[in-house]
Design a protein around this ligand. Structure first.
Ligand SMILES: O=C(O)CCC(=O)C(=O)O
Ligand SMILES: [Fe+2]
Length: 210
């Protein structure tokens, strides 16, 4: 027997409903919520912390090259080149953990991906400034699927013209999908916070065209 609930959804379940677009216009962001059991997510966090080839990221600020505390890694189907801040890196071959995370993400989203950028934030003091993922090698309007493990962090979007902002919390073991024209019209960031002192690992599965 089936029971169809007619209760109005509360704010939380609405936020975790993957069919809800969190953006009011000019793009689509869907929060699928937690897609891994917390014990499974704990295992992935531990494996990612210890088995990914983490490197310090570099940025050019006022013409000066600096190393960020945040660490990054870049994996893919082929040794795709990835260029930012005048540094070119080549994607490493998938690890078993990354392949199983990619499969789970593809199943949940119905999309396919050929590369993954990983970020390691050691504590809340590390974040990522406003930007959009508009690199020229990325498939135009392709979906970007973001998995989060570890500390729960706030994530925010800001419309480039209207300056409207939307924020949500990314849970341990959760999936967020950005698609359509999101990167053209919206910036996103991971704000730093002094309240969090445990690490977070983020994976963004992407499609590179070359
Ligand atoms: O850490 C996050 O949740 C976002 C990372 C991000 O925006 C990126 O890698 O482009
Ligand atoms: Fe991004």
């Amino acid at each position: 027997m089936f029971y169809f609930s007619r209760e109005p959804m509360d704010l939380f379940s609405q936020l975790s409903d993957p069919s809800t677009n969190l953006l009011p216009q000019d793009g689509a962001v869907h929060y699928h919520g937690i897609i891994f059991l917390s014990t499974t997510a704990d295992v992935y966090l531990e494996r990612l912390l210890n088995h990914i080839d983490w490197k310090n990221d570099e940025a050019v600020i006022f013409g000066k090259r600096i190393q960020t505390k945040r660490k990054v890694a870049w994996y893919g189907d082929r040794p795709f080149e990835y260029t930012y801040s005048n540094t070119t890196k080549h994607a490493l071959p998938w690890t078993p953990e990354l392949l199983s995370l990619k499969a789970a993400t593809e199943k949940e989203t119905g999309e396919t991906f050929n590369s993954c950028l990983l970020n390691l934030y050691h504590s809340g003091e590390e974040g990522m400034a406003w930007h959009s993922d508009g690199e020229k090698d990325l498939k135009k309007n392709g979906a970007i699927a973001s998995l989060s493990f570890g500390a729960e962090r706030k994530f925010a979007f800001k419309h480039k013209e209207t300056k409207e902002t939307i924020a949500l919390i990314l849970d341990h073991g959760s999936l967020l999908v950005m698609k359509g024209s999101t990167q053209t019209h919206w910036l996103h960031r991971l704000p730093p916070t002094k309240k969090i002192c445990t690490p977070r690992v983020n994976l963004t599965f992407r499609t590179i065209v070359s």
